[in-house]
Design a protein around this ligand. Structure first.
Ligand code: FUB
Length: 342
């Protein structure tokens, strides 16, 4: 007599060839993808790149974006849905220009879109807009979040605590601040950048208040150290922070990843607390086509994914397209560096 067959459950492998390193969106240009799992789906909050007459410069004036679209997909490789315009520049009372890289968070059924824009004095601030749905439309608060400065907000959630990370040099204006105060007269991309042998400028973090629309504390610097425990130096362009912070937690450790800007890496550092300090480890992503490199890292059904952008569709730095790829944490906790496919 035949034995009943023993059922073997194998974990479904995502078909990475369906999505790895392919443009996710082709109807508009998109960049700086912040991905989250909300309501069981992957939601992506990118910048919306547009054609512009504004000339390229080291302040990023050519990134002249005017609205945000939100995208979702049921699973990696699934259909990507464009949910249309989620927030417009003209509907943000305090903003003057340049809607740069956003991020989002959910708390108690309300969705919060954090976004940088230059105010009417051309100074970057971080704003927040609220919706009942992950895809928006979002309604902007009348003023930027008090105590914020510079750009590239990213939200890290741990239980019922939410942290806002932010900052970026050159076009991100972080070099114009000392002790979190804007210094009069600083104008260009390098005014205020420390000398090469001095400590580099670092990103900031602050816990969000229960309202999610205010900071609960004064922002603190996120210190990134080298292998000797010394702060990374300003002239260490391959490793120093430039912009695009992201935080994720893996195996009890906090991973701070960021763009090195003019050397075009997504680097990462590991720490034991969201406040750091963090020790530099290596690169998550090698340089991509186009000047900027900006990413997010998210877990979906037990696997980890990197969202990033390049310029495969246009060949032009200000007209980018978002992509994703599987991300592997090795047994020693290091991230396997992802090579750009273009
Ligand atoms: O998209 C505009 C800016 O370019 C972002 O805020 C930076 O991170 C860089 O990707």
């Amino acid at each position: 007599c035949s034995q009943p067959k023993e059922e073997v459950q194998t974990e479904a492998e995502p078909e990475t060839s369906k999505f790895n390193h392919k443009p996710l969106v082709e109807n508009i240009y998109t960049a700086d993808p912040s991905a989250h799992v909300f309501e069981g789906k992957i939601y992506i909050y990118p910048s919306h790149d547009i054609e512009t007459e504004v000339a390229e410069d080291d302040m990023g004036s050519h990134f002249d974006m005017k609205d945000y679209h939100v995208f979702s997909m049921d699973m990696p490789g699934g259909t990507v849905t464009d949910h249309g315009v989620a927030l417009r520049l003209e509907d943000v009372p305090w903003a003057g220009r340049q809607l740069w890289a956003p991020d989002a968070a959910v708390k108690d059924g309300k969705y919060y879109l954090y976004f940088p824009a230059k105010d009417k004095n051309d100074i970057f601030k971080i704003g927040v807009a609220v919706s009942d749905r992950p895809e928006g439309p979002f309604t902007a608060e009348p003023d930027p979040i008090a105590g914020t400065f510079s750009m590239d907000p990213a939200v890290f959630q741990e239980g019922d605590e939410y942290f806002l990370l932010f900052g970026g040099i050159w076009g991100g204006q972080l070099q114009w601040y000392e002790d979190q105060k804007l210094i009069e007269g600083r104008k260009g991309p390098t005014d205020g950048i420390p000398a090469p042998d001095q400590k580099a400028l670092m990103p900031y973090i602050a816990k969000l208040g229960t309202s999610m629309t205010e900071l609960a504390e004064k922002p603190r610097e996120l210190l990134i150290l080298d292998e000797s425990g010394e702060p990374i130096k300003s002239g260490d362009n391959n490793r120093r922070f430039f912009e695009a912070t992201w935080m994720h937690k893996y195996n009890g450790k906090y991973y701070l990843s960021y763009s090195t800007g003019d050397t075009h890496f997504i680097a990462y550092a590991i720490g034991d607390s969201p406040y750091g300090p963090f020790t530099y480890q290596g690169n998550v992503l090698d340089p991509v086509e186009g000047w900027t490199n900006h990413h997010s890292i998210v877990e979906f059904e037990g696997r980890w994914y990197l969202f990033y952008h390049d310029t495969e569709l246009s060949g032009k730095t200000p007209l980018r397209n978002i992509k994703m790829a599987e991300l592997i944490h090795q047994a020693d906790g290091k991230i396997q560096t992802i090579k750009s496919m273009n």
